[in-house]
Design a protein around this ligand. Structure first.
Ligand code: PEP
Ligand code: MN
Length: 342
């Protein structure tokens, strides 16, 4: 349920509404819009109906939230959420780029990749220290040593770090190093993990599951938000379809759908989304045009030697070329929108 305050409601009326709702054992979530404040109520429906909310001073009306995910819903919070990850923002009109190798393989490989990511203009270095591999015989990651190398790369470049957490037991360890915790596609519905990252006190990037609907994805985000962590970024990374030419089918319509349904920022990963290096550029440009808040790009100093996902990794020159194009396109779209809107 969302309470719409009157345009002339005072701060003390808003505070009064919040304290009466919280005194009844419910939680609130405030959205201060341009012209009026909205107060979302979460909790047991039976408690909500006992409150004479419409009669509270300053209240204009009460609206039901019909989506079954509430905190993630745009009905509940109409203004776009902007994430702050160690001082770098995601959402709110800027384009965040997370780039780096699939896996942290060695000190030399990671520091070189980090330098290329920085030179290209990325804000985040990505790289898995824990790798959820399809085969148990494939490289599983350097684990704690990988996290230490990411920390060193952050100190060397100033880039923020995003890295995957694969299970509940390692959340604390990964959170001690990462600026953003990544929950991978294979874990999107690992509800215990979602709750644990919801309590970890760090922003979370939630990848769409391999066979997840948009509704299931937003419900997964709701698990994190319902732990009190509102710093959630969604990432479209392709879904499984009958198509075999590409590794996955990148669903760019999800960007527009998420913007309609939710206030959370959404980024696109065209690397896992296509599995093919030559398709990363067109899909990255299309994602920016579709309104994505950022991109996740796999890049390796020497893709032919990569221990994982070499075929979809850009080399340094391809990455820098892509960054120039993406930056130019984002600038063009901003000025086109400004011109069209007068
Ligand atoms: C990754 O980004 O390292 C990864 C494993 O991606 P996904 O979870 O989307 O497969
Ligand atoms: Mn990968």
């Amino acid at each position: 349920m969302v309470i719409v305050m009157r345009a002339d409601a005072t701060d003390s009326q808003v505070r009064n509404v919040v304290s009466r709702i919280e005194a009844a054992g419910l939680s609130t979530c405030i959205s201060a819009g341009q012209s009026r404040t909205l107060v979302g109520i979460v909790g047991d429906k039976r408690l909500i109906v006992t409150l004479p909310v419409e009669a509270f001073p300053g209240v204009e009306k009460v609206l039901p939230v019909t989506d079954s995910y509430k905190l993630a819903s745009r009905q509940f919070r109409p203004t776009a959420t902007v994430i702050d990850a160690g001082g770098v923002t995601i959402g709110g009109g800027s384009l965040a780029v997370m780039a780096g190798p699939c896996a942290v393989e060695s000190r030399e490989q990671l520091l070189e990749a980090a330098e290329i990511a920085r030179e290209g203009g990325a804000q985040f270095l990505r790289g898995g220290a824990f790798k959820p591999r399809t085969s148990p015989y494939s490289f599983q990651g350097l684990e704690r040593r990988g996290l230490e190398l990411l920390d060193e790369a952050r100190a060397a470049t100033g880039l923020k770090i995003i890295t995957e957490v694969v299970d509940v037991t390692s959340v604390e360890m990964v959170a001690a190093y990462a600026d953003i915790l990544q929950v991978g596609a294979r874990n999107m519905q690992n509800f215990k993990l979602l709750q644990a990252v919801g309590q970890a006190g760090k922003p979370v990037l939630l990848k769409r599951g391999i066979a997840a609907t948009i509704s299931e994805w937003l419900h997964a985000a709701e698990y994190i938000l319902s732990e009190g962590n509102y710093q959630v970024v969604l990432c479209e990374r392709g879904i499984r379809t009958f198509e075999e030419y590409t590794r996955n089918t990148l669903d760019l319509s999800a960007v527009g759908a998420i913007k309609q349904l939710s206030h959370l920022p959404v980024i696109v990963d065209p690397s896992h989304g296509t599995g093919r290096r030559e398709l990363v550029r067109p899909m990255a440009l299309a994602a920016v045009a579709a309104g994505a808040d950022g991109l996740m790009i796999e890049m390796h100093p020497n893709p032919a030697q990569a221990l994982s996902d070499g075929p979809q990794s850009l080399d340094p020159a391809e990455f820098k070329g892509l960054m120039r194009e993406v930056t130019a396109l984002a600038g063009f779209l901003r000025s086109a929108a400004a011109a069209a809107n007068g």
